[in-house]
Design a protein around this ligand. Sequence first.
Ligand SMILES: [Fe+2]
Length: 390
Amino acid sequence: MYFYTSPFIVFGDDALVHLRTTLGKRALIVTDKNIVKLGLADLVCKELKEANIEYKIFDNVEPDPSLDTVRKAAKMAEGFNPDWIIGLGGGSCLDAAKAAFLVYCVPGLEPDCINPSETYNTRLKAKLMGIPTTSGTGAEATFAVVLTDVEYQRKLATGNMEAIPDLVILDPLMVKGMPPAITAQTGMDALTHAIEGYCTTYRTRFTDGPGIMAIRSVFEFLPRSYKDGSDMEARQEMQWAATQAGLCMNGGNAGVAHSLAHSLGGIFHTPHGIAVGLFLPYTMEYQANSSEETKARYAEIARFCAIANGPDDKCAKALIAKVRELAKSLKQMMSVKDLGIDRAKYMASMEGLVERAVSESMTTAVHRIPNEADIEKLFVYSYDGKSVDF
Ligand SMILES: [Fe+2]
């Protein structure tokens, strides 16, 4: 038995106007100060007013939200008693909102104890909405919740099916002002979700569709929206692609680029999109080197996106080269060394890096599951920018 879950998605020009039809009394908006400063929270509040929904704003979400931030947002909700929690912003805001929603709806639940297999009956108390302001994390479409345990310097990748929003609003107005660097990083995250989600052992035909469409869109429209942020066709296509990639990952899970990135991010605080985009070609090489299933999937992508034709081997290599070419054109870091991380410090952290990556669920979602020794080699090769030959 398999499942495929999706929020109700409203997309396209004026999608925000749909908020006027929302039924409810009170909404807590979970966001950050920058989103408020940019006036994006105002756009949402204006529509909530039209719907006669009272609102409060929690604007203290930081990049890589901590357990404490989630507790504070949930506490604000408890004093306000909203029937909607709205995550507004990039992946950090959406993850914080999803976790705060669960903690608010489930008495006594601690954010680090969110259990993927528990039934919480959250909808008896409130509903969850996601309004992304970046195009990449896909958090609006997934059950995943990524938090940071500051004390133990680690990312907690957990989730629950009830953390999938009821409603997602994709209005191009919300991503129009995204700066080129964020456009590139979040776009590479979307590409990683779609390529990894398309090739795991969890994938189904329901995740394949959004996944492969997202990959093709990213190759075509990410360079355009990076070069010219006012290219609204490209902005809109990337916004859709990011959510499609999220839908692909929600059912298909992700892969080892995500495991390595979470691990690196927990210790060296590398932004998620930079880290996944960096590790993606190395982990793809690792899979293609001795997983025939994955190689065939890469080849399928390459043919669908008109990157190459012919035998699987040639097509898979062409896809990996295309990923590197895209990252380069977006001025992304191609190796860990490029990030400015000191080699001695990196090597001294290796035990922790490997231990964290091994414990990630994505590490076992792939056809070729790396052991500890291979994960260490992947970290070393990615540091030196060396093509994976094992
Ligand atoms: Fe990601």
